[in-house]
Design a protein around this ligand. Structure first.
Ligand code: 3SL
Length: 246
């Protein structure tokens, strides 16, 4: 297994669609989309359907039974008007999400999911389900794995690289090899922060943005909790992620 990392959707080469493309893509948005997805599916959501475009989201959601749907999303870190929930892993509790489909759009995370949606195997990872995703990849042994961060509006984000390094750490221990410099740098970042990932999330520019919006202590705790969940969010049809245990 060869593992590469791309910081944001815009860095993903167009060869993604050809024979040199990946066998598996793993999308990362630690703060907070892929953490919210992991917790929502762990807490019993039927599926999370992701959208880059809000009009498309509303049209698809309107075709779904009202009692079985939730609109989830943010722009700039704040809940979207008319939506049921913002993008917080703290709000996707069982009483709210059980049996529901989450129609989700976020500033950056859902763009990365959109970029890789044609890959044969698409997973999402965050720190709480890092080991579960690692074990799935170790079991299935895709030859080329491309991890894709979400960043912020096209720019690098520290916390996504941290999680890429955390996932790679488990994969390398099982014999995987590194295929690009971005992956090497992410592994170095993980080795620097692995004893205190929450501190890394808090100094990251998006962590600082969230702190500027108000108290996000519970979000930071949830987003930095390592290896707590066994759920592996897996694309079942384009844009639709379902829970599969690792
Ligand atoms: O950028 C994203 O996709 C979001 O995860 C950002 S936020 O943490 O919800 O503000």
């Amino acid at each position: 297994m060869k593992v590469s990392y791309f910081h944001v959707a815009g860095d993903v080469p167009d060869t993604i669609k050809g024979p040199d493309g990946p066998d598996a893509a793993v999308v990362i948005d630690v703060l907070r989309a892929t953490t919210t997805i992991a917790w929502a599916l762990h807490n019993g959501a039927e599926a999370v359907q992701t959208f880059a475009d809000l009009d498309e989201l509303r049209a698809e959601a309107n075709a779904w039974p009202e009692a079985k749907r939730l609109l989830v999303g943010e722009r700039g870190g704040s809940k979207l008007d008319g939506f049921d929930l913002g993008n917080s892993p703290v709000s996707v509790v069982p009483e709210t999400v059980q049996g529901k489909r989450l129609f989700m759009s976020t500033t950056n995370g859902t763009r990365s999911l959109h970029r890789v949606r044609e890959v044969a195997c698409v997973l999402t990872v965050a720190l709480p389900n890092r080991e579960a995703v690692a074990q799935r990849l170790i079991r299935d042994q895709p030859e080329q794995v491309w991890m894709v961060g979400s960043g912020w509006e096209g720019t690098y984000s520290l916390e996504d690289s941290l999680a890429a390094g955390a996932l790679a750490d488990s994969l390398l221990a099982a014999g995987a090899t590194v295929a690009n410099d971005e992956m090497q740098a992410a592994i170095a970042l993980w080795s620097q922060w692995k004893d205190n990932p929450e501190a890394c999330l808090r100094i990251a520019s998006h962590g600082q943005r969230l702190i500027g919006l108000g108290n996000h202590d519970a979000d930071f705790q949830r987003c930095s909790g390592l290896d707590q969940l066994s759920v592996v969010p897996t694309q079942a049809e384009p844009g639709v992620l379902r829970a599969v245990s690792g």
